[in-house]
Design a protein. Structure first.
Ligand code: HEC
Length: 186
């Protein structure tokens, strides 16, 4: 009967203190509490952040990691098209244009095109003059689409006209490059 009442005041104080201490009583519990209070929430946050940003991560084997693709993505916003700054050196010759864009019809005379090197076919056309021929080549005529259906500068088309004409008995002058012409007039 007297067992519990025999305790010293110090033991009573310790018991009273224990009663208000909450659930953490041993170092193990403390470690567990720290784990659940900090480590798990942080792990959850890291996983959540990972999940949200997983969209922009390149998937394995995707071409986003290609050096070229990366260069394209990090290139500066403004780019310069060097084509527009080109001097006369980059113009293709009449022969090059002919082979690339005109030969399809003019090499064989397809669709009634005056055949390359056929003086008889070209003679009546040559009489109309270079300006008329050039206008036809630039704007199209009959079955011929504008610029022969290709993409070239007017100057290149002019060179192609001269190239074809002069290979069929014409004696046209090589047209002047536009840059040289504007430089000469200044
Ligand atoms: C799709 C076929 C085709 C292509 C490609 C083509 N031509 Fe022609 N070209 C023709 C035909 C068809 C004519 C005859 C048109 C007519 O007189 O009705 C012609 C006629 C011409 C004439 C004579 C025009 C005139 O006034 O009599 C010139 C010059 C000419 N072509 C230049 C070119 C040049 C330069 C190219 C390339 C840049 C080219 N052609 C590409 C079909 C073509």
């Amino acid at each position: 009967m007297s067992g519990t009442h025999d305790q010293s005041p110090a033991t009573h104080a310790a018991e009273a203190h224990d009663a208000h201490e909450g659930p953490i009583k041993t170092p193990k519990q403390l470690i567990a509490a720290v784990f659940f209070a900090f480590v798990i929430p942080i792990a959850v946050l890291v996983l959540a952040a990972n999940y949200v940003s997983s969209d922009v991560k390149p998937a394995a084997g995707s071409d986003i990691t290609d050096a070229e693709a990366v260069a394209a993505r990090i290139q500066p916003v403004g780019t310069i098209d060097l084509k527009d700054m080109s001097g006369p050196a980059v113009f293709r010759t009449g022969e090059e244009i002919f082979k690339a864009q005109c030969a399809a019809c003019h090499a064989t005379g397809t669709l009634g095109a005056p055949k390359f090197g056929d003086a008889d076919a070209w003679a009546p056309r040559l009489k109309t003059g270079f300006d008329t021929l050039l206008h036809s080549a630039l704007k199209g005529k009959g079955a011929m689409p504008p610029q022969g259906g290709g993409e070239a500068s007017d100057y290149e088309i002019a060179r192609a006209v001269v190239y074809m004409a002069n290979n069929a008995g014409g004696k046209l002058e090589e047209p002047k490059a536009p840059v040289a012409a504007s430089a000469a007039s200044q």
